[in-house]
Design a protein around this ligand. Structure first.
Ligand SMILES: [Zn+2]
Length: 428
């Protein structure tokens, strides 16, 4: 959807106590101000990543393995027992994220063929952290009993996130984040208002992305917050209100965390999500799965596509969400190479990333890239930042990169014992 405007996602007018508390699917854009245009002057690297997104071609080989692994810490903050969700629900949520972010979710078969021309596979793996910020082994799960009965409040309906943000502070009844450059922090708590589920989740996009208005992350603590009933596909706690829970609220919020916006651009047909291959759509208010919707005219590779209710970044029911687009994928990859680089490169939060020795030199390289590893190798793969695979000639551990275009690449090795390690190199 190529759009130019956005606005406050859910301006709620005149709430009175005789009315039902409004239900908000996602409050990510609640923290941002109305902004008519994108401010120029962002770092050229960011713009380059964005341009890469627009140039992406889907690579059929890209299902083979994940390109990135993100360490996750799940902070369960509970006041009553049912909010203290069991490990089985957390593990199931990680499974859902890994399916959705590797296009391995079985319901991709439900994606209408209209979207074959735009579908994409992020190839991002999520793993509960194995090492905590102090260097000690961890399950990647923290549990905090709190006296706070709910972090929700009427104030957030007007855009004031202060009460919600308390879950991110030990001093305020929540728990402090782990190093946000090294861990994806996900807080799971109750955000209901007077016992009514009012919000499923919100997240912080990285600062400085050209498809978001300046100051989008504002002063919010970096990470994702999820209503406790909306976590996992096997959660014993139901939301009710006709809300289907299949673990897609975290898939949606992590999309924001990696830079994606709602595909309707938080506005009408003139609003912009900054992604060219997401079909244009009008403001979304309901959570249905209506395949007949085509609220705005667009032209994507010559086609006016219907509203993409299959997209994780839509407000459609979790029943019909099953896909990202190729350019959404490329933008997320750009974010992982720039704003969230330390999250996925050389991260000490994961043991398994450390056990395989792999380095390359010289780097940058123009002719021969020498691979240094003590492992016995089964295969060597080379990808560019967009996920395109290359097969440069390799002689023993000498990779001939002469024919590659200048740019950033990933070298991934698979060892005979089944381990995978990835490093980054630059062809000059
Ligand atoms: Zn959202």
């Amino acid at each position: 959807m190529k759009k130019t405007l956005l606005y406050f996602t859910f301006l709620i007018s005149s709430i009175s106590w005789s009315q039902q508390i409004p239900f908000v699917r996602c409050a990510t854009t609640n923290a941002i101000d109305y902004q008519e245009s994108i401010t120029p002057g962002y770092k050229s690297l960011v713009e380059q990543a964005f341009n890469n997104a627009k140039a992406l071609q889907v690579n059929p080989e890209s299902k083979s393995s994940s390109l990135y692994t993100i360490p996750v810490v799940v902070h369960v903050v509970y006041n009553i027992a049912e909010e203290n969700i069991p490990d089985s629900v957390i593990l199931d949520q990680i499974r859902v994220l890994n399916e959705d972010y590797n296009r391995l979710n079985p319901d991709t078969v439900n994606m209408r063929s209209d979207f074959d021309i735009v579908k994409g596979n992020p190839r991002i793996h999520f793993k509960l952290a194995e090492i905590d910020p102090n260097g000690n082994p961890t399950t990647g799960i923290t549990r905090t009993a709190t006296a706070t009965t709910s972090f929700g409040s009427l104030a957030f309906l007007g855009g004031d996130m202060t009460d919600l943000e308390k879950v991110k502070s030990t001093a305020d009844g929540g728990i402090d984040p782990w190093d946000q450059s090294r861990y994806l922090n996900i807080w799971v708590c109750d955000m209901s208002i007077f016992g009514v589920t009012a919000l499923l989740g919100y997240a912080t996009p990285p600062a400085g992305l050209p498809n978001w208005p300046p100051g989008s992350s504002g002063t919010l603590g970096d990470g994702v917050v999820i209503q406790y009933q909306a976590f996992g596909s096997n959660n014993p706690n139901q939301i009710g209100q006709g809300i289907v829970v299949k673990g897609r609220t975290p898939s949606h919020e992590v999309g924001h965390y990696l830079g994606l916006r709602h595909i309707w651009g938080d506005g009408d047909c003139t609003a912009e999500d900054g992604i060219d291959d997401t079909p244009n759509a009008d403001a979304q208010s309901n959570t249905d799965c209506d395949p007949s919707k085509n609220t705005c005219t667009d032209n994507i590779q010559g086609v006016d596509l219907p509203d993409m209710i299959e997209n994780y970044m839509d407000y459609s029911s979790e029943d019909c969400q099953n896909s990202f687009t190729a350019q959404q994928v490329s933008l997320m990859h750009g974010v992982l190479e720039l704003q969230r680089y330390d999250l996925v490169h050389g991260n000490p939060a994961l043991v398994t990333e450390q056990t395989i020795s792999l380095s390359v030199y010289p780097n940058p390289a123009s002719q021969i890239l020498k691979i240094q590893t003590t492992e016995k190798l089964k295969s060597i793969r080379v990808y560019d930042i967009r996920g395109n695979a290359f097969s440069p000639p390799v002689d023993d551990l000498n990779l001939n990169v002469h024919e590659l275009s200048a740019g950033v690449y990933f070298l991934q090795i698979e060892t005979e014992s089944g381990g995978i390690a990835t490093t980054r190199f630059i062809k000059e």
